[in-house]
Design a protein around this ligand. Structure first.
Ligand code: PEP
Ligand code: MN
Length: 340
């Protein structure tokens, strides 16, 4: 970190500041020019608050030269992290596919979709039980009953399950869930992230609707700082000026994340597009971008879905997509692991 001091700073103020940084365990490289004095801070500056430092009377500006996230940083951990979610390895050698409806609706619906996506080669089943809906009048999810039905579908198919947590009060419902999703709207719910940091469950952290990659990695850092290193990132589209699609898939986030972090990265083309016909081309792009997997919404009758029908594939469309994706993943030497 570089701290630039006002040229009127007195010698004793400079020495005082240098002493303070040294007491924090940092080494200080002092460079005094004619018009400015620059302090180069060497060591772990992740706990220094730029806003606090910038408020010091003789500090003109502060610049970070290293990233503020440590545990998630690839520089600290060059090898790819492989997260084991209910026996499915995400990251590393294999490409993984999570599929299922936006919401769990009935026992018949979730079991039928689970069987269909399993037959097409999906590795995990998704389904929302606690739903973050824009309108309070829309279907809010079956809550605890939804998780019970997901567990029935897991029993029937053997597919591990992924579902979203919205509130810590319901954490107990997630005891048998294989991968806990933190949705876009909760990416910066820091209390939730801190508590999940104390859990040993793998966490699927979706990107916030209007969050930068650095903010997203800092949210991963919240979970990891509590001891839980099993974090998977999911790019699901961001808000831009474009209105033709529900969101804009930021595919460039994938190679950027692969460079910045060792955590697995998956892509959700369904929430990015909001349009089912656009899901296959975006899914293909995700494979080519180097993502570790996909999360796709699939419904047995999209026209009648209780949420997100317009972006859901039907089982036949999903099957066709999987045939294509399998071929592409094999070509990239990251085959989709076969179901047990
Ligand atoms: C979802 O996965 O069903 C969901 C609500 O996603 P997001 O948080 O990305 O909007
Ligand atoms: Mn959805």
């Amino acid at each position: 970190m570089i701290v630039i001091l006002n040229h009127k700073t007195k010698k004793e103020d400079v020495s005082h500041l240098v002493g303070e940084f040294e007491q924090m365990g940092l080494r200080v490289n002092l460079s005094e020019g004619e018009n400015t004095t620059i302090l180069g801070l060497i060591g772990d500056t992740s706990k220094l608050d730029i806003d606090v430092l910038s408020g010091f009377p003789f500090v003109e500006s502060v610049k970070r030269v290293s990233e503020p996230y440590k545990s998630a940083n690839r520089k600290m951990h060059p090898e790819d992290t492989i997260v084991n979610a209910g026996g499915v390895k995400i990251g590393g050698e294999n490409f993984c596919v999570i599929a299922g409806p936006c919401s769990v609706e009935t026992e018949e619906q979730i079991i039928e979709v689970a069987q269909d996506v399993k037959n097409s080669g999906a590795n995990m089943l998704r389904g929302g039980a606690f739903k973050p809906r824009t309108s309070p009048y829309s279907f809010q999810g079956l809550e605890g009953e939804g998780i019970r039905l997901l567990l029935e579908a897991k029993k029937a198919t053997g597919l591990p399950i992924v579902t979203e947590i919205m509130n810590l009060n319901y954490l107990d419902f997630f005891a048998d869930v294989d991968l806990i999703q933190v949705g876009a709207r909760n990416m910066q719910n820091f209390d939730l992230l801190k508590e999940l940091g104390h859990s040993d469950k793998p966490i699927l952290l979706k990107r916030g609707l209007a969050n930068t990659i650095e903010e997203w990695l800092m949210s991963a850092e919240y979970i990891m700082a509590g001891g839980n290193k099993n974090v998977i990132l999911c790019e699901r589209g961001i808000r831009t000026f474009e209105t033709c699609m529900r969101n804009t898939l930021d595919i460039s986030a994938v190679p950027m994340l692969k460079k910045l972090t060792h955590l697995p990265v998956i892509v959700d083309p369904s929430h990015a597009a909001g349009l089912s016909w656009m899901v296959p081309p975006l899914a293909r792009t995700a494979v080519a971008s180097g993502a570790d997997g996909l999360m796709v919404e699939v419904h047995n009758n999209p026209a009648k879905a209780w949420s997100d029908g317009a972006q859901s594939l039907n089982p036949a469309q999903f099957d066709e997509l999987m045939t294509d994706i399998k071929r592409r993943a094999e070509f990239e030497s990251r085959p989709i692991a076969a179901n047990k």
